[in-house]
Design a protein around this ligand. Structure first.
Ligand code: TEU
Length: 535
């Protein structure tokens, strides 16, 4: 079993299951659901940050890298989670947020107190650059009353770390090894392609300054040092880099096995095809032609370059895909299963985001008071400042907020969806119909189980090459996988209408391996049909 035939399930711990009644999910809640996860067939669970944090950015502002925030439980609870997961053949992947640290971390506090050793852990300059924070506003803030400024590419409470400083690198390598010694084999590295910054940071108005700090060449050197000093010593390690605004060429270098950097990479280009003018906080239908072109380009080039894609539609930073890409009011189940097939049969490692396996959708929040995400709250103010009415601004937040995917897991149709006996930290979504009790025997969950099992059992899916197909077809995304003489043609209809097609002659005598419908009309795909032909 390698990362090529594994499926990774992402858990947002705050929202998975609360066992204490404080309205926040916890480690014992995850432990209580390991049998459910084992039934689904997943191989690894990725946990978003569970470390001590002021929670300004829901745990991505870390104040202690090697402890468990009491809101999630104790280190003993974590050790129990590792043991219980292992009993079920499930490994754990932790989120390593190594580009920045909370301003509540002792390193920043000591720097602020005047300790030059720790001041060199950060980017502190006399003059700020013109860079823009990814959460809006300047990427610089006053460093105490020194008259200098410190860099924060994200929230003002998330200070960027200076990876040029070998003392910083050593501290961070020690963090990864601390969790390896706890039995952790998986690591997701948060915005790790931002760590290669220059010593002296200078202004660059291009794309809000991104070229000055994204995918810089030193990033590869640092990843090779990190690999050698930590997870590279573990033959079972699975590592994934979250790559912000990256390129295919860099992702091949980040994930090509001989480079000894990472196992695979997340890129987000396919989740920006519903951005007007490349801007997230806009309202725009998705561009299907651009979506399939991106899948084909990334699929073929990563295959040719021996790179490895993390395949996903959902995560904690994205609205749920069913809302973005599917006529979900009429075709929720078919749309959910079609989306699943479009990545689980492709080349890469699929990620299932909690609730995706039961077809969860965005909540119907009715006012800004329902939203808590710092990025969304900042964006709402920016939309008002740029002339949007409150109604227009709210409509954009409703479709784009990260809170959409962070609502509590929907276990049943009781109050709070069976997530908590207390008041949930974030309101629940529409769990009356969409919940595990209703859906676990239903089409979506069972289809995910089938896809996950196929990846384990057939090397054509885990190892096969990727080749684009039906590129000119207006509503069809299709590709061919090939391995040791066997071929799989996967066709997905991204529309709510039947679509005619001509089956490639080489597949005329094929068998149907996967179909999210119970029937097949020759040379016609039904609305949101996903079908795979094997020869
Ligand atoms: O996200 C990186 C990132 O760029 C996010 O801003 C994300 O792309 C954006 O919100 C999409 O609109 C990582 C984590 O996944 C995210 O939760 C953190 O807020 C961020 O880094 C800072 O650590």
């Amino acid at each position: 079993m390698t990362f090529k035939n594994q499926v990774i399930y992402q858990i947002y711990p705050k929202s998975y299951l609360d066992t204490t009644g404080n309205g926040v999910g916890d480690l014992r809640g995850i432990i209580s659901k390991l049998d459910y996860l084992a039934d689904l067939g997943i191989d690894m669970i990725w946990l978003n940050p569970i470390y001590p944090s002021p929670q300004r950015d829901n745990g991505y502002d870390i104040s202690d890298y090697v402890a468990i925030d009491p809101v999630f439980g104790t280190m003993s609870d974590f050790e129990t989670l590792i043991q219980e997961a292992k009993k079920r053949g499930i490994d754990v992947m932790l989120d390593m947020v190594l580009n920045h640290v909370s301003t509540e971390h002792e390193w920043f506090k000591k720097a602020l107190a005047g300790d030059p050793y720790y001041q060199d852990f950060f980017f502190i300059q006399d003059e700020p650059t013109d860079w823009v924070s990814k959460f809006g506003g300047s990427a610089w803030a006053p460093f105490g009353d020194t008259g200098k400024y410190y860099l924060h590419l994200f929230d003002v409470t998330q200070a960027d770390l200076n990876w040029r400083n070998e003392n910083v690198r050593k501290e961070l390598f020690d963090v990864v090894n601390f969790w390896r010694e706890k039995g952790v084999h998986g690591f997701r590295f948060d915005v790790i392609n931002l760590i290669g910054k220059d010593a002296l940071l200078k202004s660059n108005p291009v794309n809000e300054g991104k070229p000055e700090y994204t995918d810089k060449p030193l990033t590869h050197d640092y990843l090779q040092l990190l690999n050698t000093a930590s997870f590279g010593k573990d033959s079972k390690s699975v590592t994934v880099g979250e790559m912000s605004s990256t390129t295919i060429d860099n992702c091949i270098l980040y994930s090509r096995p001989d480079r000894q950097e990472l196992s695979m990479t997340f890129n987000f280009h396919h989740l920006k095809v519903d951005y007007a003018d490349g801007q997230k906080w806009t309202k725009s239908p998705f561009d299907f032609a651009q979506l399939k072109q991106l899948f084909h380009t990334w699929g073929e080039k990563m295959s040719e370059g021996q790179g490895w894609n993390a395949l996903f539609w959902n995560n904690h930073d994205q609205p749920r895909a069913i809302n973005r890409f599917i006529d979900y009011k009429n075709f929720r189940v078919k749309g959910a299963t079609m989306l699943a097939a479009s990545i689980h049969l492709s080349r890469g490692t699929p990620y299932v985001y909690m609730g995706e396996e039961i077809g969860m959708i965005d909540p119907d929040f009715e006012s800004m008071a329902d939203y808590v995400d710092v990025e969304s709250i900042n964006a709402y103010q920016a939309l008002l400042a740029s002339g949007h009415t409150p109604e227009q601004a709210f409509e954009i937040i409703q479709i784009k907020s990260r809170d959409n995917s962070r609502t509590p897991m929907q276990w049943d149709n009781t109050a709070n969806a069976g997530f908590s006996t207390g008041i949930p930290w974030l309101a629940t979504g529409n769990h009356a119909e969409i919940n595990v009790v209703n859906e676990q025997s239903g089409d979506v969950y069972q289809f995910y189980k089938q896809l996950i099992q196929l990846r384990k059992s057939d090397q054509l899916i885990s190892e096969g090459t990727y080749q684009a197909a039906y590129q000119a077809a207006e509503h069809i995304y299709a590709f061919i996988r090939e391995f040791e003489g066997r071929k799989l043609l996967v066709l997905t209809n991204f529309s709510n209408q039947p679509v005619d097609f001509e089956l490639l002659t080489e597949f005329v005598d094929s068998e149907i391996l996967v179909n999210n419908y119970t029937t097949y009309t020759p040379n016609q795909l039904q609305p949101y049909q996903a079908i795979a032909f094997l020869v």
